[in-house]
Design a protein around this ligand. Structure first.
Ligand code: COA
Ligand code: ZN
Length: 313
């Protein structure tokens, strides 16, 4: 299969960590630009404690606005517990993602539960979401290394992924929360996971802390994975995971995939427009590893079209 599926997490993973407030209207505009760029799945926000993550306090306002403006968009929201599910459902969310970390300490820091409790709560939340007719995703965070406990045992990741599958998760998202993975490790872990859970349910979520995001995505492709999280402009990071940098940039992933014979359905010009918008909002330069080249190419196309020539994107 030569199609890959991207969930853009910029409105959630990207914005959750930003110091300056971003208005609901600006979030809505960003989501509109991402949808217009051809991203058919977008993680909108999270229904978490507004004390823990103030940037996501407007989740219940945002979801109905997105539903009204984009009735056929696949959109998900992160929920840490049953209260989050209830709030998300009331707001009209169509898909939820539970957030389970693979270590004791990361769960405590992130959602104030130990590993055993977080696993049970994630299972209960998935089952309850299913009964409500919602689609589901399950993150398995710190699936490579934990900022508090070091290397995460592969066995734990395999067990948690199996339990999330058994609880009905439509997608199991293997997350390199701090961006410490490298391609050899990705291939090894994803190949083991593909032997344990259905490979078409596996997704990967990389952060680009060490510049290996694209290489890791390639390793995941080689292991048979076709579902990827990425964040436009590379914006991202977890406030509870020290050392986590931005996500693998959507534009880097799209460039790599398209140049390697995979289709993404995403327009690079559309992504660039979304990055321009995000830069204006954040008041700082954004973009993944390829951004300078992508900008030069866009300028060439603009110059050529100003002279009446047509240069393919
Ligand atoms: N949404 C909003 N409020 C929530 C909530 C949710 N999903 N879950 C619990 N709360 C509220 C409770 O109602 C309670 O409110 P009160 O103080 O007004 O009575 C308060 O939060 C404490 O509830 P408790 O169940 O004791 O939660 P906690 O203090 O143990 O915190 C979480 C647990 C999960 C709510 C909190 O750790 C959290 O929101 N973490 C965010 C994780 C995150 O977004 N990480 C980044 C993405 S991976
Ligand atoms: Zn992340």
């Amino acid at each position: 299969m030569n199609r890959i599926f991207i969930t853009d997490v910029a409105p959630r993973d990207g914005l959750q960590n930003q110091p300056q407030p971003v208005s609901t209207q600006a979030k809505l505009e960003l989501i509109g630009l991402l949808a217009a760029a051809g991203l058919s799945s977008i993680e909108l926000t999270s229904f978490v404690s507004p004390k823990a993550v103030p940037q996501m306090a407007d989740a219940a306002e945002l979801v109905p606005l997105v539903n009204a403006g984009h009735p056929s968009l696949r959109s998900s929201v992160l929920v840490p517990n049953l209260k989050g599910l209830e709030r998300a459902h009331l707001a009209g969310a169509r898909e939820i993602a539970v957030v389970l970390s693979a270590t004791e300490t990361m769960n405590r820091k992130n959602i104030n539960m130990g590993l055993a409790q977080a696993t049970e709560v994630s299972e209960q939340t998935l089952l309850a979401a299913h009964q409500l007719g919602l689609r589901t995703r399950a993150y398995v965070a710190v699936a490579f290394d934990c900022p508090f406990e070091g290397a995460t045992p592969l066995d734990t990741v395999l067990q948690l992924a199996s339990r999330m599958q058994a609880a009905g998760a439509g997608e199991i998202v293997i997350a390199d929360t701090i961006g410490s993975a490298s391609p050899g490790m990705v291939k090894e872990r994803l190949s083991a996971l593909a032997g344990t859970v259905a490979v078409d349910k596996l997704a990967v979520h990389f952060h680009d802390t060490r510049g290996m995001g694209v290489a890791n995505a390639w390793a995941a492709l080689e292991a048979g994975v076709r579902r990827f999280d990425a964040s436009t402009g590379g914006l991202g990071g977890c406030p509870f995971a020290p050392g986590a940098a931005g996500n693998l940039a959507t534009e880097d992933l799209v460039l790599m995939a398209e140049r390697s014979g995979f289709s993404t359905g995403v327009s690079m010009d559309g992504l660039m427009t979304a990055i321009d918008f995000l830069e204006a909002q954040m008041q700082r330069p954004l973009g993944g590893r390829a951004i300078s080249w992508l900008r030069r190419e866009r300028q060439k196309r603009r110059d050529a079209s100003a002279q009446g020539m047509d240069v393919p994107a």
